[in-house]
Design a protein around this ligand. Structure first.
Ligand code: SAM
Ligand code: SF4
Length: 359
């Protein structure tokens, strides 16, 4: 089995076999290999993005997500404009270097204009120095381009699953949830010059190792600049809850996610890969393990306290304001124990983006 990881390449069967293999020693060798590649191509540094969960209002109804439109049991919120600007200013002063604005999906004029204004104001209060990543769903090319010109320069839009049949099993089958439109949106992000990120959920009901191998090949073929992927976590007020008996135990989903991170790092040596919140939800050390497996981006949650409880994507999502594990000095100390340092005050862009564009 160890022979499998000697020559890892973009081969679906090989990747699926590695994902399927339960050998402890294969797992360790895989993580070690990814760690060596990361050190060589990215260094043992971690970039920060302060994560602001801007709004839980969403026009979509994804079967897995706790803030889906039809969940009437949550209080809907949108962070006030001055609060988000102030939060971004604090992130700038604390030398996060970058923020991510994440939100439920809306495509009405008011939302589009507000996001645009927020981007411009954040650029103003940080003298143009705070990097802005957006993760606010599918929009038209013109909207993406407008936000880019206002100052956002990275965008994360997960494909969720690159297998159209699986995609259809986890979304309603209608225009608003079209796999083809999701792909088009990803293409448009590239065309609008963003550093483009995507990702998938790992451990979904109906998902096989072959699906996950296909996801890795999709990311490689699409030549993404960044990736944010994490374990699927159940939520009792969603349609997928009824299939929870099909799920692997959470610990297995975490280990599978770590393998996916390591394989992606080996296949795409210089992209940015995030250690995501869902990993930390399964295990407090989950994100640190992801860093050891090849991730190089951390996104501490800096959403203003009063809104936290309502960005309830899945069960047990950390809610406490300023969770101790998100305090930067604490994170810095943790990372030091695994031979990494935080790179403060930088945008922390994807090296891959500049290399492929010949810069
Ligand atoms: N609405 C935007 C979108 O869907 O692209 C951005 C926000 S959405 C909450 C961000 C990500 O959360 C989704 O891409 C999805 O992968 C993830 N997510 C939602 N529900 C989840 C769950 N139950 N378990 C794990 N991840 C989940
Ligand atoms: Fe809305 Fe995003 Fe959740 Fe889907 S995953 S319901 S688009 S917030």
């Amino acid at each position: 089995m160890e022979a499998l990881i000697k020559n890892i390449k973009a081969d679906g069967k090989l990747l699926a076999a590695i994902l399927d293999c339960s050998s402890e020693s294969l797992f360790k060798s895989l993580i070690n290999k990814a760690a060596i590649i990361k050190e060589k191509y990215c260094g043992n540094v971690v970039y920060l993005r302060g994560l602001i969960e801007y709004s839980n209002i969403c026009r979509k109804n994804c079967y897995y997500c706790g803030i889906r439109r039809d969940n009437k049991t949550i209080v809907r919120y949108t962070v006030k404009e001055d609060e988000i600007i102030n939060t971004a200013k604090i992130a700038y002063e604390k030398k996060y270097g970058s923020i991510v604005i994440q939100s439920g999906e809306r495509n009405d004029k008011e939302f589009i204009k507000t996001i645009d204004r927020i981007i411009r104001k954040i650029k103003q209060v940080s003298n143009g120095k705070l990097g802005i990543t957006l993760s606010v769903g599918e929009q038209s090319y013109d909207v993406y381009k407008m936000w880019y010109e206002s100052g956002a320069h990275r965008f994360l839009l997960r494909i969720e699953s690159s297998d159209e049949d699986l995609y259809k099993k986890i979304h309603p089958n209608d225009e608003v949830h079209s796999f083809i439109n999701r792909l088009k949106a990803l293409e448009n992000l590239k065309k609008a010059d963003y550093q483009t990120g995507t990702g998938v959920m790992i451990g979904l009901p109906f998902q096989t190792s072959e699906h996950l191998a296909k996801d890795l090949l999709f990311m490689k073929d699409f030549d993404i600049d960044m990736c944010g992927m994490g374990p699927y976590l159940e939520h009792h007020k969603t349609p997928l809850w009824e299939y929870r008996h099909l799920l692997k135990p959470q610990k297995e989903r975490l280990n599978l996610t770590l393998k996916m991170v390591a394989l992606l790092r080996i296949l795409m040596k210089d992209i940015n890969i995030a250690a995501t919140t869902a990993m930390q939800t399964i295990e407090p050390e989950g994100r640190i393990k992801a860093i050891q497996a090849g991730a190089n981006v951390l996104m501490p949650n800096i959403t203003p306290a009063q809104y936290r409880d309502n960005y309830f994507l899945y069960e047990n999502k950390p809610k406490t304001f300023e969770a101790p594990e998100d305090h930067l000095p604490h994170l810095g100390k943790k990372l030091k124990t695994v031979n990494h340092t935080i790179y403060y005050g930088t945008w922390g862009d994807s090296k891959h983006f500049f290399r492929k564009n010949g810069q």
